[in-house]
Write a protein that binds this ligand. Structure first.
Ligand SMILES: Cc1cc2nc3c(=O)[nH]c(=O)nc-3n(C[C@H](O)[C@H](O)[C@H](O)COP(=O)(O)OP(=O)(O)OC[C@H]3O[C@@H](n4cnc5c(N)ncnc54)[C@H](O)[C@@H]3O)c2cc1C
Length: 421
């Protein structure tokens, strides 16, 4: 075996990989991070959650993000496609979220900045290295990777963290991935100029527009640029037999809420597509192995939680590895606690996302009932408070009760223009 000995090897340096690498390096651990791309590289997923700020602060990267000038995100707005109704949730007004704002980011710049921060914190971050396979034994883990000049090299460490995103390297190798049967979607998206949105600095909302069984995102990236994407059932797209561009423009024209903002829009690059299948891995841990971010599970991105969950699980993974290294004990209870917490975080959003496609949930979301501070509870969910206290938890239970009631005994007026739900 050639290569060095590390405390941990991290596969991938997206937000999950860079956060776990940074936290481990800051704790004085020897970290090797292997990233197959050379940054900056394009990545979709541009609207972040306020709770990300807590992690940025702990990583010491918040001043660099401020300096980079990313747009502030102060609210999330949900609308119906026919433009009949909508509701904005202002993070600063929530009682149960710790952070009042988030940012909108171009991922190429954001991910690069985080990668450089991990490197600056002491992680040995190597770009252009693609991990091919891994194995573990009583003493540690081994990975085999292709170098930028296509040489195969092996590395050894005490622990392995899989942050390979939807590449899902270790989950696929172990056959763990379970795809959600009802959430096989396709995302069709592009970056546009000249949308009809408030000027910067008042362009502070991510806008989500719900159509019958599909939705649009509108995410401001700068004074000039807005990311616009359509999420549609893969089967519906395929059976329509149109090109992605045709499908995108067809649905823009069939959604008054999107159309009115895109009358003068100019496409800045090309329309792109990516599959958007929700999945989770049956196990989030293995022998000397932790999975973080999308390598643990991925969900339809309606609530913009992916980057936050990646960085939050990255932070938990780093804590778990640091504790395991100092105790000299491998895995066991600590690993199971990690798995439980991360699975809870995934399930928390999974439930909201499943409900988002139903009429009662949408009816309550766009016509929020202002009692018992329910809007604050919704804001906390939109802010990323996955482990909130009892004051939040009982309100969310109450909210789910209202969603169930809404089917039979309307709590808010029915919205009759959602024929499929
Ligand atoms: C259409 C769409 C829209 C989205 N919108 C949002 C949004 O608005 N807000 C939000 O928070 N999230 C959004 N997401 C989700 C978000 O993009 C992801 O959840 C987030 O990027 C996960 O971070 P990660 O670090 O786990 O994975 P990634 O960011 O995917 O990083 C994984 C890294 O691993 C590298 N890698 C993969 N395989 C290997 C290998 N074998 N060897 C070495 N390196 C490897 C990759 O090159 C990559 O850089 C969206 C996702 C989709 C599909």
């Amino acid at each position: 075996m050639n290569g060095s000995q590390y405390d941990a090897i991290v596969i991938g340096c997206g937000p999950g990989g860079s956060s776990v690498s940074t936290f481990l390096a800051q704790a004085g651990k020897r970290v090797l991070t292997l990233e197959k791309e050379v940054f900056p590289r394009f990545h979709i997923g541009e609207s972040l959650l306020p709770c990300n700020h807590t992690i940025f602060r702990e990583m010491g990267v918040l001043p660099k993000l401020h300096e980079a000038g990313f747009l502030r995100k102060l609210a999330a707005r949900f609308e119906l496609g026919d433009d009949s109704i909508g509701s904005s949730f202002l993070f600063g007004k929530g009682r149960f979220n710790r952070e009042p704002e988030a940012i909108h980011v171009e991922r190429s710049r954001f991910d690069h900045l985080l990668l450089q921060h991990a490197r600056g914190s002491g992680a040995d971050v190597r770009e252009g290295w693609s991990v091919r396979k891994f194995s573990s034994d009583a003493e540690g883990v081994s990975v085999e990777a292709n170098s930028p000049d296509n040489q195969v090299q092996s590395f050894r460490a005490s622990f392995l963290i899989d942050a390979s995103g939807r590449g899902n390297l270790t989950g696929n190798q172990e056959g763990l991935r379970i795809i959600h049967p009802r959430h096989k979607k396709l995302a069709i998206f592009g970056q546009f100029a000249d949308l009809d949105l408030p000027p910067v600095p008042n362009r502070t909302e991510t806008i989500i527009v719900r159509l019958e069984n599909k939705w649009f995102w509108l995410i401001p990236l700068s004074a000039e640029k807005t990311s616009v994407g359509l999420v549609i059932d893969k089967d519906e797209f395929t059976s329509a037999g149109t090109s992605p561009e045709e499908a995108f423009h067809y649905w823009v024209n069939n959604s008054a809420a999107v159309k009115k903002r895109m009358e003068n829009a100019r496409l800045l690059n090309t329309i792109q597509t990516t599959s958007d299948f929700s999945y989770y891995n049956r196990r989030l841990i293995g022998h000397r192995l932790l999975r973080v971010g999308d390598a643990a599970g991925f969900m339809d991105p309606i609530f913009s939680a992916g980057v936050f969950l990646a960085m939050w699980s990255g932070k938990l993974a780093a804590q778990t590895v640091v504790e395991a290294l100092s105790s000299g004990k491998v895995g066991g209870r600590r690993f199971r606690i990690y798995e439980k917490r991360v699975r809870h975080g995934l399930q928390f959003y999974w439930r909201v996302i499943e409900n988002y496609y139903t009429t009662p949930f949408m009816e309550l979301l766009v016509q929020p009932r202002d009692h018992y501070d329910l809007p604050s509870a919704v804001i906390a969910v939109l802010a990323g408070e996955v482990e909130g206290g009892w004051a939040l938890r009982w309100r969310l239970k109450y909210f789910w009760l209202l969603v169930r009631l809404q089917r039979f005994l309307p709590v808010v007026p029915h919205l009759s223009f959602l024929p499929n739900a």
